[in-house]
Design a protein around this ligand. Structure first.
Ligand code: 5GP
Ligand code: ZN
Length: 112
């Protein structure tokens, strides 16, 4: 657990969140400021700061991918958008890697 990390605190149960799915490796919870009818954040229990760092950790990478799949299946999502913001310049604001999983509305491409 990293000091002063919001998502480590959510994983530890120290900050409340609405958990929609969890397993031994990941926790998925509703985003506080949803951008779609379904907007959940899937995070590894292990602290990894961003997607670039995740790429150095094959076990956690695979666990997060499987966790996204399991979350979507659990929520009955057939189609969903997955976003990883990586770095402040790409609007990452919480530096504990997280997949945004969004569904329930029309999406455009490119995303803007
Ligand atoms: P980022 O900008 O880092 O890609 O995404 C961070 C996300 O965390 C944002 O969508 C934001 O709404 C969400 N968020 C920020 N603080 C909290 C919180 O305390 N609880 C929950 N559930 N989500 C949060
Ligand atoms: Zn963390």
């Amino acid at each position: 657990m990293a000091k002063d990390c919001l998502f480590c605190s959510i994983v530890a149960g120290e900050v409340p969140a609405t958990t929609v799915y969890q397993n031994a490796d990941v926790v998925a919870f509703d985003d506080l400021n949803p951008q779609a009818p379904t907007h959940v954040l899937v995070v590894p229990r292990k602290h990894v700061p961003d997607l670039a760092e995740l790429g150095t950790d094959p076990h956690t990478s695979a666990a997060l991918t499987a966790g996204i799949r399991a979350t979507a299946e659990h929520l009955g999502l057939a189609d969903f958008r997955t976003v990883f913001n990586t770095g402040a310049g790409a609007q990452q604001t919480v530096f504990h890697v997280h997949a945004h999983v969004l569904a329930g509305r029309e999406f455009s491409w490119p995303p803007g």
